[in-house]
Design a protein around this ligand. Structure first.
Ligand code: SF4
Length: 470
């Protein structure tokens, strides 16, 4: 079946469930684990669920439908899921809550087997390639009170036209490509999200134009390997070129032209795909934030090879330096894995060396944990936990020692800040973010929410800057 037809089919199921649910005042909650791609998937699920007559609640205790959108990148997500399922069992016995689990973890056979054997009360299990079929799965579950297991082990397609319920009125995530072809040896994503496939430029531009009309100001383009957008399609020689868009760089340039959109971000690019045309597009497009997330993973060329990252320490540093020369004011954030199999003290010091040199605005640090089904899991030279933790603490110390210096450079400057609303820690203050994603806290009228305003930065603190309206 064509994807368009499939979505039309699902719309029929949305209407069927809506009719079933009429006047029942049903509630739903979604518990999302993992990355922004998963958050974007949850927004699509929420869009479908609300059209089926459910209203959102925060606590799963009050929900008639409780959905988990899982991630399998970190081990602790499993503990979190099973802990919550234990709690939900009792609630389900009392009020008949429908329990659904989707997302990456459900693409792992052993996880589905565990749910079937130890948590048989789970009603619906669906995978990353069957998200769009959730209305049908829910309908079947409601009708027959049967267990629905809907997982496809093939590469998914690209589905357009799903309803979406966004969590913000000003900042929107827009997934532009799915899957990954890189097979980094620590990562499960290519096995659970399938091979790379890109959305058609026309669909992306239409979505962003609609967002601009609705008042959205900031767009984050998402993809597991976002800067290889359209690469596979080009390999297949489909000669894809829609209104001049035939690459990630040309897509950035086209989005930059859309009136109403004021900020463009993208995650996560791969250093090996950060080609000159992308660097030039970032430089030329005034709306593209000059904060680049550039995942490093390790600073050791030997470890990068073991990780199958396809760049060396020197190439990474050259790329950073090239961007610093070409893009005025560019700053970086990164991801680092500590303690991957075979990492020696010398390798770890190479990582510290890069952190010293690049002075990242933020480092997302992870202690390596084995993911079954990846090449890393089969490597014999795993690092003892104690060493991993000690290295992690050393890296954390270095990163934190750089924060103050990094933040200090903002003091006295004027920054454009997108106001997000009241600060959670101090309701008398407002909070917002700079182009470089720094949190700024300041005094101001709540009407400023959702606007981009100029603030003078007057002081810096570990996790935020303090500003004043000028
Ligand atoms: S680039 Fe590597 S780390 Fe990123 S999703 Fe692909 S395989 Fe995983």
């Amino acid at each position: 079946m064509e994807t368009k037809q499939e979505i039309e089919e699902q719309k029929k199921y949305i209407n069927k469930v809506k009719t079933e649910n009429k006047n029942k005042n049903l509630k739903y909650t979604i518990i999302t684990m993992g990355c922004q791609l998963n958050e974007n998937d949850s927004e699509k699920l929420a869009g479908m669920i609300e059209q089926m007559g459910y209203n959102k609640v925060d606590s799963f205790k009050d929900a008639d439908l409780c959905l988990f959108n899982t991630c399998c990148v970190r081990e602790n997500a499993e503990d979190r899921l099973f802990g919550k399922l234990g709690e939900l069992k009792r609630i389900k016995e009392q009020k008949g809550t429908i329990i659904a689990i989707g997302g990456c973890m459900m693409q792992e056979k052993q996880m589905v087997e565990k749910i079937n054997s130890s948590y048989p009360f789970v009603d619906i299990v669906f995978g990353t390639h069957t998200l769009h079929k959730f209305p049908e799965d829910l309908y079947n579950s409601l009708q027959e009170r049967n267990k629905v297991r809907d997982i496809l082990d093939i590469d998914g397609k690209v589905y357009e036209g799903l309803p979406i319920k966004r969590t913000s009125n000003t900042q929107a995530n827009v997934t532009i490509m799915y899957g990954c072809n890189n097979f980094c040896s620590f990562c499960i994503v290519p096995y659970v999200r399938g091979r790379e496939r890109s959305r058609h430029p026309q669909d992306i531009i239409r979505e962003i134009k609609e967002l601009a009309q609705e008042g959205y100001k900031e767009i984050t383009l998402l993809g597991q390997n976002v800067n290889s957008y359209l690469r596979v399609e080009k390999w297949k020689e489909k000669s894809l070129d829609w209104n001049g868009i035939n690459s990630f760089a040309t897509l950035l340039r086209a989005i930059n032209q859309i009136d109403g959109i004021e900020r463009i971000r993208f995650i996560s690019p791969h250093p090996k795909d950060f080609t000159d045309d992308v660097i030039e597009a970032v430089r030329d497009c005034e709306k593209v934030c000059k904060l680049i997330h550039l995942p490093l993973q390790s600073g050791s060329t030997k470890m990068l090879k073991v990780m199958n990252r396809k760049y060396t320490k020197e190439q990474y540093l050259e790329l950073v330096s090239k961007m610093q020369q070409k893009i005025p004011g560019v700053v970086f954030t990164t991801d680092i894995i500590v303690g991957f199999a075979g990492e020696t003290e010398e390798d770890f010091e190479d990582t510290l060396d890069i952190v010293e040199k690049v002075r990242f605005e933020q480092v997302f640090m992870f202690i390596y944990s084995i993911r079954e089904g990846t090449p890393g899991a089969k490597m014999e030279n795993q690092i003892p936990d104690e060493i991993k933790h000690k290295r992690f603490d050393r890296l954390k110390e270095l990163v934190e020692s750089q924060v103050e210096e990094n933040n200090q450079k903002y003091v006295g400057t004027v920054q454009k800040v997108l106001v997000e609303g009241k600060s959670k820690n101090n309701p008398n203050m407002l909070t917002g973010r700079t182009e470089s994603n720094k949190v700024v806290v300041f005094e101001g009228d709540e009407n400023l929410k959702d606007q981009i305003i100029n603030l003078k930065i007057v002081s810096q603190h570990m996790w935020y800057l303090k500003g004043e309206i000028i």
